[in-house]
Design a protein around this ligand. Structure first.
Ligand code: SF4
Length: 61
């Protein structure tokens, strides 16, 4: 599973980085996701972060 943040949708609320800092971090005012596969041990928290994004800017695939 990989995570992507849509930079045109993200409002920089920092919630995803707070929930799952292993996958999401802030790059200025926007969140970014680690490139490549999410480590299995972080998948549940990444999904929680995706669900918590107030503007649905995160996609997991
Ligand atoms: S939770 Fe959503 S809006 Fe907030 S920083 Fe993360 S991607 Fe951006």
């Amino acid at each position: 599973m990989k995570a992507q943040v849509d930079p045109n949708t993200c409002i920089g609320c920092t919630q995803c980085a707070g929930i799952c800092p292993e996958v999401f971090s802030m790059d200025g005012n926007l969140a970014q996701a680690i490139p490549g596969e999410i480590p299995a041990e972080n998948a549940a928290k990444a999904a929680e972060a995706e669900q918590s994004c107030p503007v649905n800017a995160i996609s997991l695939s």
